[in-house]
Write a protein that binds this ligand. Structure first.
Ligand SMILES: NC(=O)c1ccc[n+]([C@@H]2O[C@H](COP(=O)([O-])OP(=O)(O)OC[C@H]3O[C@@H](n4cnc5c(N)ncnc54)[C@H](O)[C@@H]3O)[C@@H](O)[C@H]2O)c1
Length: 386
């Protein structure tokens, strides 16, 4: 077996998602057939309380700092994973790219459309720098099967597409406010900026870009405890239901698509789903039933029967894990990182499913900006494509 090339990585933002990447790197030996391997050598966060966990689990870490410029000035760091609050994406992603580091950034990839545009302008000026955005749910086996259907196009005429992300982490009105509920840090999109890239990843990849949208946006919780004894305004949108009209990219008829991004969805802990209904073929997958892919094939006059298939651990990148075992969130993160590093290592190779590209983050922003306008005006809004 030939040794894998080690790729020296730094993490900026060591919170919830920073730790998920660190654990994926620690589990890298589970992956077979990859020629590269991440090695975490440097971390940065303002919260020094996070450092002990990293230090005690990763002897490869040599630099621990509260100033991210310390990572950018180190010549031997190749890749940065940046998982910071949304108000910092523009400045820090631009600094990373200008420092010549490759980047896996987090969604929404800029707090708003104009911040995203400035990040993309910088990427354009640095064509040698490899940049992608994180979105792991399409790496679940069921979601990957849906992507394979999208490539084969078995639908007949598409009747409708429904995609969403439902969770209930804010259903407890007594939960203290955090940055994700503050407009100046999370952005005006609110729940759409948190969850929209996950929901749009497959539709955008399929070329199902809405021409116009109507959004109903809800602010359900108007104030929250601040964790220090006071109650403060909670300003962000909690839930968004977006009705889209999509022109089929090849066949030019239009079909409806619904997108839901809910932070208050009773009974849902963390459910990502997609459903495509067509005259010949239908498919749906939800992480609520993570093993199960549902399909329905229809021929005129025939029966209409949904078929449930247990997929097991049918990951995109082969692992040591037995095919009968369960697949979960940590596996999706590992698979997403495998795709990122595989594409990084072979820029011109066709890989089975690539991470979100910068251009796809721009489409996400164009759609969410139209949804925000629609939600605020109560009118249908056109999606302005650049
Ligand atoms: N892909 C996913 O499934 C997923 C899930 C959750 C969050 N996210 C995204 O990841 C990003 C981070 O979210 P999170 O949930 O990890 O947040 P978090 O609050 O857990 O972590 C963010 C970290 O950034 C640090 N930080 C803030 N300002 C800093 C600065 N100037 N320099 C260095 N560190 C700084 C904070 O101390 C904190 O530890 C966001 O873009 C969010 O949308 C993605």
């Amino acid at each position: 077996m030939t040794a894998k090339r080690k790729i020296r990585c730094g993490i900026i933002g060591c919170g919830l998602m920073g730790r998920e990447f660190a654990v994926a790197a620690a589990r890298w030996s589970a992956l077979l057939d990859l020629q590269v391997q991440p090695e975490i050598v440097a971390i940065c966060d303002l919260n020094e309380g996070l450092f002990d966990w990293y230090r005690s689990n990763f002897s490869s870490i040599k630099t621990v700092t509260t100033n991210y410029q310390d990572l950018l000035s180190q010549k031997d760091i190749e890749i940065i994973y940046c998982s910071l609050p949304h108000n910092l994406h523009e400045k820090v992603y631009i600094d990373i790219i200008q420092a010549g580091k490759h980047l896996l950034g987090e969604k929404p990839f800029g707090i708003d459309l104009s911040a995203n545009q400035r990040i993309l302008d910088t990427i354009q000026k640095h064509p040698g720098i490899f940049v992608r955005c994180s979105s792991e749910f399409p790496f679940y086996p069921g979601a990957h099967e849906i992507h394979k259907f999208i490539l084969k196009n078995p639908w007949g005429r598409i009747i409708e597409v429904n995609a969403g992300f439902l969770h209930s982490s804010d259903i407890n009105f007594e939960k203290a406010i955090n940055w994700k509920r503050m407009i100046k840090i999370n952005g005006e999109y609110g729940c759409m900026g948190d969850l929209g890239m996950h929901v749009l990843h497959l539709p955008i990849r399929a070329g199902w870009i809405p021409g116009k949208v109507f959004a109903s946006l809800s602010k359900i919780v108007k104030q929250r405890p601040d964790g220090k004894g006071k109650v403060v305004p909670c300003e962000t949108w909690d839930n968004a239901s977006i009705c889209c009209e999509v022109e089929h990219p090849a066949e030019k008829y239009t079909f409806p698509m619904t997108l839901k991004t809910y932070r208050i969805a009773p009974g849902e802990i963390d459910t990502w789903y997609i459903e495509i209904l067509g005259t010949n073929f239908n498919a749906r997958y939800s992480t609520k039933y993570p093993k199960t892919l549902q399909t329905l094939e229809y021929k005129n006059g025939g029966k209409q029967e949904w078929r449930n298939e247990d997929l097991g651990y049918a990951s995109v990148y082969k692992t040591i894990t037995g095919g009968i075992f369960e697949f979960g969130f940590g596996d999706a993160i590992l698979q997403m990182w495998a795709a990122f590093l595989d594409e990084f290592n072979h820029r011109d190779k066709e890989i089975p499913f690539r991470c979100v590209t910068p251009q796809e983050t721009a489409l996400q922003h164009q759609i969410l900006t139209a949804a925000l306008t629609s939600g605020k005006t109560g009118e249908v809004a056109a999606v302005t494509k650049k």
